[in-house]
Design a binder for this molecule. Structure first.
Ligand SMILES: Nc1ncnc2c1ncn2[C@@H]1O[C@H](COP(=O)(O)OP(=O)(O)O)[C@@H](O)[C@H]1O
Ligand SMILES: O=C(CO)[C@@H](O)[C@@H](O)COP(=O)(O)O
Length: 564
């Protein structure tokens, strides 16, 4: 074993935490460890198995996040033989806005006996969409008041973000709101567990908490207009130093060092977000190159030189991704989740048997079968809104649509149509950026699915009519987090002084991109035009049937709760 220097990155995804130990200088991933969350995503019941959650809820358990550290980091050290003194830094990235109410010392409220059966005391996962009413009211009020911040967020604040989630807690559980000394992003909370102090990251603050590098948070007047008790929400619940990404949040405490096998005093980077952190891991540090991080959902991140208003984007934040640039984000709320839904609910036993016989996963079986179909052959077209629309409509109340099914439609036809729908959704986002004056010249992809599903990447190349470059790492977010860990350590300790330097040495893409096939491009152009018509028809108010159905469903659910 040579005595190089190493950094650890921990990527907190939707279903698991993944840690990598990376060699400084080469970006070589020496060891990887994955821990599925013990409680997974809680969307029906609390851990007691009886406390029922409402529609659109999605919670997590904060203890699972600490377990990830305790299990994966010692495993990395054991398997690699790397000495703790050669680990010069740690970086974290997380899904976002994944948030929780805590006491001032960092204790999550859900760990207190008084609150363990209280849904609002748990972590609200990014895809918790039950704050849509609050998001709608917030957007109406912000529009009426002519709030300038709306332009930084594509004209709408999403129900996935911090302020609607805090407001939902206040509306539905004022006792939890009162007991919370702070509301924090999970990325900042886990960094607090490592360092013992609360430091907020400028990245989620900028994208998810309406914080701006130059102007700070919105005025108390705005918050008072939402709810009188929110007037001082910033001082009361969002306090804490905000540091830019790329800085050091602090050092590993004695207590945590003992639990995870590293040395106390190891530098810890300011927390980051899983999408944004991936850009340097793919080696991107300049404008015009859009990166798709494809997993449970997809995030699209892009650098620009000017702050433009792009309708329905998630946001533009100065220094939000790479210092010195405007960082743009857009996204799709379900991509892998979309395929998972189909696999779990629509695929007959015969297909599962076949996958077992062949010794492959069900996704691989469906992908193999779908790959035999030509573009257009299924006769199907879908809208990719099974978990709402994150960009460009920013509406969690939109739902899925499949059109063209017949008695001859097969499971792989639908699987392919769902893949194609996500590709059209991405094309809609790319076209919206371009139409708003933000160039998108090249496309990149990373994340679990980009690595696993070649058919899907080929369909994206064909639908977008652009080559798709794939990040070389199988764990791009964790690699990016490790790179930020190395920057937190700094050159003097064997790391880097800037993320650009780290990206040059440690970030990379696979040699061969997926290239568009001209005959497929032609068919997909025609199908995309139909997709765009359906998108406008169901998404921009001409036909609100999706919302009507949701309203009826929610009324029935409330009726059921009353009669229980
Ligand atoms: N071969 C595959 N093709 C398409 N989707 C897949 C495949 N294998 C798994 N998935 C989907 O990928 C998602 C998990 O993505 P991943 O990037 O591993 O995790 P995360 O979203 O937690 O970061 C799941 O929703 C699953 O349905
Ligand atoms: O919204 C963001 C980042 O802004 C993501 O954290 C969220 O889409 C979840 O990502 P994953 O699908 O779990 O990779």
């Amino acid at each position: 074993m040579d005595m190089g220097k190493y950094s650890i990155g921990v990527d907190y995804g939707t279903q698991s935490g993944r840690a990598v130990l990376v060699e400084i200088g080469t970006g070589r991933e020496i060891a990887t460890a994955v821990k599925e969350y013990t409680h997974g995503v809680m969307d029906e019941y609390l851990p007691d198995g009886v406390t029922r959650l409402g529609p659109d809820w999605a919670l997590q358990h904060p203890r699972d996040y600490v377990e990830v550290l305790e299990e994966t980091i010692p495993r990395l050290l054991r398997e690699s033989g790397v000495r703790p003194e050669d680990v010069i830094g740690i970086g974290i990235d997380f899904t976002s806005c994944t948030m929780l109410p805590i006491r001032a010392d960092g204790t999550p409220l859900c760990l207190e006996p008084r609150f363990e059966r209280h849904p609002h005391a748990y972590v609200k996962l990014w895809k918790h969409h039950a704050a849509q009413d609050e998001a709608n009211k917030l957007n109406d009020i912000a529009r009426e008041r002519g709030e300038a911040f709306l332009a930084h967020y594509g004209g709408k604040i999403s129900s996935e973000w911090m302020i609607p989630k805090i407001w939902q807690i206040l509306d539905e559980a004022p006792e939890v709101y009162d007991a919370a000394d702070a509301m924090v992003e999970a990325t900042d909370w886990i960094v607090m567990q490592l360092t013992g102090k609360l430091v907020r990251s400028s990245c989620p603050a900028g994208y998810k908490s309406i914080w701006h590098k130059r102007t700070g948070y919105p005025d108390p007047d705005f918050f008072r207009a939402l709810h009188p008790r929110l007037e001082h929400v910033v001082e009361e619940k969002l306090w804490g130093l905000i540091l830019p990404i790329g800085s050091r949040a602090g050092e590993l405490t004695e207590a945590m060092a003992r639990r995870i096998g590293l040395l106390p005093g190891t530098p810890v980077a300011v927390g980051n977000v899983d999408a944004h952190v991936s850009m340097p891991a793919v080696g991107i540090t300049e404008p015009g190159k859009m990166l798709m991080i494809i997993g449970t959902s997809t995030c699209h991140v892009l650098l620009g030189t000017e702050e433009r208003a792009v309708p329905g984007m998630c946001g533009v934040v100065e220094d939000g991704i790479i210092p010195g640039y405007m960082g743009y984000e857009a996204g799709q709320s379900c991509v892998g989740d979309h395929f998972e839904w189909w696999v779990e609910n629509g695929v007959p036993p015969a297909y599962w048997d076949e996958a077992r016989r062949e010794g492959i996963g069900i996704h691989d079986l469906l992908t193999q079968k779908a790959a035999k179909l030509r573009p257009g052959e299924t006769g199907l077209l879908a809208l990719d809104w099974w978990n709402g629309n994150r960009s460009t409509l920013v509406d969690a109340d939109l739902t899925g649509l499949l059109i063209g099914a017949t008695l001859a439609t097969k499971p792989e036809d639908i699987y392919r149509a769902l893949i194609e729908a996500t590709a059209y959704g991405t094309r809609m986002i790319v076209e919206t950026f371009r139409a708003s004056g933000v160039p998108v010249d090249e496309m990149y992809a990373c994340g679990g699915i980009a690595q696993k599903n070649a058919l899907m990447m080929q369909i994206y190349a064909d639908v977008l009519n652009m080559p798709i470059y794939i990040g070389a790492s199988t764990q791009a977010p964790a690699l990016g987090a490790a790179m930020f860990g190395a920057v937190a350590a700094g050159k003097a300790r064997g790391g880097y002084d800037s993320i650009e330097e780290a990206a040059r040495e440690m970030g990379s893409v696979r040699e061969k991109p997926y290239v568009p096939n001209p005959s497929a491009v032609k068919v997909y152009d025609e199908l995309y035009r139909e997709y765009a018509r359906l998108y406008d028809y169901f998404g921009r108010g001409e036909n609100n049937v999706m919302k009507v159905l949701k309203r009826i469903k929610s009324a029935v659910a409330q009726e059921e709760v009353k009669t229980c």
